[in-house]
Design a protein around this ligand. Structure first.
Ligand code: IPE
Ligand code: IPE
Ligand code: MG
Length: 270
């Protein structure tokens, strides 16, 4: 006699997740996904909790999204974790975020190592508390030989500062004769950004319903597909990432060409 089969709600959700995953074309995945993890505070407030509770729950989403990107074979994942503007938040929240950063890195580093994830940091590293710098440097070292997902944390990050810093570095090279003004082009400029070693993101996701970029990767997202979702970051899980990827794959990336040109030539940027 056959086993009675009960379709639980959890099983139902698993089925939906699997279905979406089946619809994703593994050959057309972005190499680099950038995310603005937003909405932690509102998520907590909606539950009558302190904003910091939302940040704690946001870490659960970070873990799940990092693992999912690893499973999918995504090359680069850049997460906006703290902007230079975020220093202007109440001290109690900033302190809690820095403490959460240290504790999370400390707790997760073995898992990152095991999962072949390599950690990178972009932003104004020196402005972070020393304990954060120490923990992050150690985690970077421990994961340095990993060859799977490159996890790039944007911390104390400002895209405008990154651009100004690049301009300064280039100006210094010109002043000392290392570079001629006529040799400055897109490639040279790109090599002076914090992200010099990473490809540009093809997909940029922002959670929480805000439709703005908030000083994030302004140069690098020139041709990224933008995906805005009302879901707050602590609720953004595997299934939501699959939905974003499916949406990305349904878009036609034209890069200035016409639709007809794209359809008759082999796509270069998929
Ligand atoms: C994103 O969530 C996390 C950080 C900016 C550190 P928020 O803290 O911005 O949450 P909301 O936007 O206030 O809801
Ligand atoms: C952007 O979120 C920065 C991070 C997600 C770390 P914010 O919540 O700080 O952005 P604004 O201030 O609403 O634009
Ligand atoms: Mg916010």
């Amino acid at each position: 006699m056959g086993t009675a089969y009960f379709c639980t709600f959890a099983h139902f959700l698993d089925c939906i997740t699997m279905n979406i995953l089946d619809s994703i074309d593994r050959n057309k995945l972005p190499k680099h996904i950038a995310i603005i993890m937003d909405g932690n505070g509102r998520w907590a407030k909606e539950r009558g909790q302190d904003r910091v509770y939302g940040h704690y729950e946001g870490v659960v989403s970070v873990r799940e999204i990092v693992n999912t990107c690893g499973e999918l074979g995504i090359g680069y994942l850049t997460l906006y974790a703290f902007s230079t503007e975020n220093w202007n938040r109440p001290k109690q929240e900033v302190d809690a975020l820095m403490e959460l950063l240290v504790n999370t890195i400390r707790r997760e580093v073995d898992e990152l190592k095991k999962n072949n994830v390599r950690l990178h940091i972009i932003g104004d590293f020196e402005s972070l508390p020393e304990i954060c710098q120490k923990e992050l440097n150690e985690a970077k070292e421990i994961t340095a030989s990993n060859t799977g997902l490159n996890l790039i944390l944007a911390l104390s990050y400002s895209s405008r500062k990154e651009l100004v810093d690049a301009a300064k570095k280039i100006a210094e090279k010109v002043a000392t004769g290392l570079l001629k003004p006529e040799d400055i082009n897109n490639e040279v400029f790109q090599e002076h950004l914090y992200t010099a070693n990473y490809p540009d993101p093809e997909l940029m996701i922002r959670t929480s319903g805000e439709s703005r970029i908030s000083n994030y990767l302004l140069y690098q997202i020139a041709y990224a597909e933008l995906y805005f979702t009302p879901v707050h970051w602590p609720d953004f899980r595997k299934q939501n990432l699959y939905e974003a990827l499916l949406n990305y794959q349904q878009r036609e990336r034209r890069f200035g060409k016409t639709s007809e040109q794209i359809q008759t030539t082999t796509p270069e940027h998929v």
